[in-house]
Design a protein. Structure first.
Length: 303
């Protein structure tokens, strides 16, 4: 293709990418993305829309695993969840970059992680030093009902909490345990702790109010409802009461967008400033999703 034709195509792509904002608090549909010609200009425009809206959806596209992975690779370095590595329950048959989430049985064995149960509020891979920035979840097979995914806007939650509480949290660290996963199972290479004091468990510490590495806005970062979190320096009962109060905010529908999946939908969320949960579904039906994630910055806080 000549330079002139390339320039014309690139200009067309730039001018045709559009964001249609959802009526709910956050999120937008992306219209006009060309998965057959993913280039830097398109990805730059997509990144800026995604940073603004926190959650974007591709609906009505045919997206292959290869296109899904190519887009992800242009957004950042892949993060590989422990369950997506070769031989693990969420491993993709060919691509270690993809986590398979679902309940489909292949050769008499469930070929996916997380099963069909409800998943409570969390951010992805919050127990890593550098949790993911982007997560891209592609619907491969869907049940007739259930399995909706809810996203919460953590900038808005941060702004909504009472000022006194905000001041109490600014600059503090929260410790998340690395021992158990969201389903309460021991994580790979972990053993049952020999104490009930969660402060002594292997964990990772992150600022509970974090400054987003790209937007520079502040948001609340509280890992997962199921994690044994401790706000470092506070007595345990006080820390637990505050975390409970914060999750009560996250649960308020005014901060949410609900994704009712349609065949082939792909959602790309910013894992730094959103949380998500999903509904369960009737286990006689199959739901299979492919997820990729990209490395984010080490969470930090600036006054
Ligand atoms: C996830 O928690 O990343 C998966 C959400 C879903 O299955 O809808």
């Amino acid at each position: 293709m000549s330079q002139a034709a390339l320039a014309e195509r690139s200009a067309k792509v730039r001018s045709s990418l559009e964001a249609i904002t959802f009526e709910d608090g956050i999120g937008a549909d992306i219209v006009g993305f060309d998965f057959d010609n993913i280039d830097e200009a398109q990805v730059a425009q997509l990144r800026s829309i995604w940073l603004q809206h926190g959650v974007v959806r591709f609906r009505g596209y045919q997206i292959s695993d290869e296109q899904h992975m190519l887009l992800t690779s242009m957004l950042g370095e892949f993060v590989k969840h422990p369950r997506q590595l070769k031989g693990e329950e969420g491993a993709h048959p060919r691509h270690e970059e993809i986590l398979v989430i679902g309940n489909e049985e292949v050769d008499g064995k469930v070929a996916g992680t997380m099963g069909n149960s409800e998943a409570t509020w969390h951010t992805d891979t919050w127990f890593y030093e550098k949790p993911p920035a982007a997560a891209l979840l592609h619907a491969i097979k869907l049940p007739p009902a259930g399995g909706d995914t809810m996203f919460a806007d953590m900038y808005a939650v941060y702004e909504a909490i009472p000022e006194g509480l905000r001041k109490e949290l600014e600059g503090r660290l929260v410790q998340f345990d690395r021992v158990y996963d969201a389903a309460g199972r021991l994580r790979l290479n972990q053993s049952v702790p020999d104490t009930d004091d969660i402060r002594l468990w292997p964990g990772v510490r992150h600022p509970i109010v974090r400054t987003h590495g790209e937007s520079q806005r502040k948001c609340l970062y509280i890992g997962a409802e199921t994690s044994s979190g401790w706000i470092v320096g506070l007595p345990l009962d006080e820390s637990s009461a505050i975390l409970k109060e914060l999750f009560d905010y996250v649960r308020q529908p005014r901060f949410h967008f609900t994704q009712v999946w349609e065949d082939g939908d792909m959602i790309m969320w910013d894992n730094r400033c959103t949380m998500h949960r999903r509904d369960g579904w009737d286990g006689q039906y199959v739901r299979v999703m492919h997820r990729t994630t990209t490395e984010g910055e080490r969470p930090f806080y600036t006054y």
